[in-house]
Design a protein around this ligand. Structure first.
Ligand SMILES: C[S@@+](CC[C@H](N)C(=O)[O-])C[C@H]1O[C@@H](n2cnc3c(N)ncnc32)[C@H](O)[C@@H]1O
Length: 282
């Protein structure tokens, strides 16, 4: 074998590995999903929720107000924490006791190494009561995670989170909504999971049967439209600068997913919401 053919062989194996990793990330569970990494670059932070940092400007003041600005002693659970940027942002705002869980091994490995001052672990949102003590958390939040759960899983998560929440704890759910159940095959997220926005009448029913009571729900549909327009604009502007690092398939997939979501928002088939709920006493 000549040096040239060895170089060619090694290069082809490396290229094949990169293509497999980018197109079938599920084969590499302990590595972060490359679509998520590209998205984090475009969003300018390790976030995968609508509005990136701007979402915090909208959502955080009520949380800070709820805890009367005594943030340091609160115990916080970031449910479906992804790459950890949201937990890190809460940390920078003064919440120093944060745990993050996610079912995505690669995301947790990435978050744990980048933000070692936060306790990240691989765990399912519907079973948190099997991991944490009862009455442990005072703040629990989900940024664009609820959509990934089926109706039954949504109810399970509400119950499981209530078990590990202190009476009076605050639950924050930031999510997309739809007036009626969506065809789960229609739009899939970057992990290939069907997107099932919150259906409000069903959600109110689930909350009523749980140990949570809604304090306030704020419609964010107009914000969502602006945020997805901005994201698509940034994606379009920056796509050429990422074409060496990420295959064009990934860039195209992100564009088509977010174009489909924006169309749903603009035709008002989808909306956005943030719900603040309080854990009732037992
Ligand atoms: C759109 S991302 C949002 C990530 C993060 N909350 C953020 O704001 O950047 C949705 C996250 O939910 C996680 N997820 C989906 N189903 C889950 C479940 N049953 N339990 C825990 N995490 C889940 C996914 O792995 C993914 O990281």
């Amino acid at each position: 074998m000549t040096l040239r053919s060895i170089t060619l062989l090694v290069g082809s194996v490396a290229a094949l590995g990169l293509i497999l990793y980018c197109v079938f990330p599920i084969m590499f569970p302990s590595k972060p999903n490359p679509s998520r990494l590209l998205l984090a670059k475009i969003r300018g932070g390790d976030y995968a929720h609508a509005g990136d940092k701007d979402a915090f400007r909208v959502v955080l003041p009520k949380i800070v107000d709820y805890f009367k600005e005594q943030l340091v002693e609160q115990t916080v659970l970031d449910v479906g924490c992804g790459l950890g940027g949201t937990a890190d942002y809460f940390y920078t705002q003064g919440f120093y006791n944060i745990w993050g869980i996610d079912i995505d091994e690669g995301a947790i490995a990435y978050a744990s190494s980048k933000y070692p001052f936060i306790d990240f672990s691989v765990f399912d949102a519907t079973k948190v009561d099997q991991k944490f003590e009862k009455n442990f958390f005072s703040l629990l939040y989900l940024f664009n995670v609820f959509y990934a759960l089926s109706d039954q899983e949504k109810a399970q998560a509400l119950n499981s989170l209530a078990e590990v929440a202190k009476p009076g704890a605050l639950l924050v759910i930031f999510e997309c909504t739809s007036p009626k159940p969506e065809d789960p095959q229609e739009i899939k997220d970057l992990a290939g999971k069907p997107m099932r926005p919150i259906v409000l009448p069903l959600f109110h029913d689930q909350i009523k049967k749980s140990k949570w009571e809604i304090i306030e729900a704020i419609d964010l549909s107009d914000n969502y439209i602006k945020w997805y327009k901005d994201l698509l604009y940034k994606l379009d502007q920056q796509k050429n600068s990422f074409s060496n690092e990420f295959p064009v398939e990934i860039i195209n997939r992100l564009t088509s997913t977010y174009t489909a979501i924006l169309a749903k928002l603009e035709e008002k088939t989808w909306g956005g919401i943030v719900v603040y709920a309080r854990r009732k006493a037992d």
